[in-house]
Design a protein around this ligand. Sequence first.
Ligand SMILES: Nc1ncnc2c1ncn2[C@@H]1O[C@H](COP(=O)(O)OP(=O)(O)OP(=O)(O)O)[C@@H](O)[C@H]1O
Length: 321
Amino acid sequence: MVQTDSHPPRAALPAAAVSVTGLTKVYRGGKRALDGVSLDVPRGAFFGLLGPNGAGKSTLINILAGLVIKTAGTARIWDRDIDRTPRAAKAAIGVVPQELNLDPFFTPRELLDVQAGMYGVPRAERRTMEILDIVGLADKADSYARTLSGGMRRRLLVAKAMVHSPPVLVLDEPTAGVDLELRQHLWEAVRGMNAQGVTILLTTHYLEEAEQLCDRIAIINHGKLAALDTTAALLGRIDGKTLLLTLDRDLDPAGLPPALARFAPELRPGRRMVIRYRPSEVAVGAILAEIAAAGLGIVDLTTEQTDLEDIFLQLTSSRAG
Ligand SMILES: Nc1ncnc2c1ncn2[C@@H]1O[C@H](COP(=O)(O)OP(=O)(O)OP(=O)(O)O)[C@@H](O)[C@H]1O
């Protein structure tokens, strides 16, 4: 079990695992990487921090990790202010870095032991094998890190970030360059931790992954918060669906009955027809009824939802650059 409730006592569990207000970072040279970002990561959330390259995601995470000094604003991790109680704040967070920075001549068991030592975890309280088991590396406990695959090393970094049982786990682009199967293994491990109560804060470029994993998403763009909502609410923001049909005969665009033409269908080779519609304004049944009324038979039919990619582009492309 990952002990997330051991400290502080249960009664004092914070509503927000991470809370930042007015967070601003101006790097030497004048680059304003973060510009007054305020957001809460609810305790227990699987939270996605998304944004285009250079949006300020790593800066935000590195401020939380104590690696970058903020210019202004406040940040609290598990109710511990990073300025006033930096050690306590640091103890509440485990960070999986972007780079695979592992000493190749250590075994996973040794690496975790060294890390536990650095965090002052007493020997009797170390959960080395338990953590390796969670990330699916128990059978590699005594293999040199250099013999592990890229995906295994990633999971070893997750294990390393968990040795002091932090209630908050931060993953910065953890699947960059990791193949699909190994990504699945990583997500199984992280999902398992989340199910046991660990709050996850994740940055990723894979929007599909964020859509599947995260229950809440923040999108930052040019250092500012562009959106913050539940994944479901974000996906519900764009009122648009696409109906893809294969018909039983060739169609003449000029010969479409007006009742069907008003949906502005796009005709494609292979007797295919694409209709984009707003579910709030028209029911798919009404469209299908018009197709039937036009005497057309439907051979095949699918609908496509708006996905996070559409929303992401809508929120970030207009001011990108
Ligand atoms: N040490 C630094 N000194 C000066 N500018 C920096 C520094 N680190 C980052 N920046 C700049 O700050 C901005 C935000 O960078 P940051 O790495 O936080 O973005 P990001 O959203 O994590 O991007 P990516 O997805 O590419 O990692 C970028 O314009 C970057 O060039």
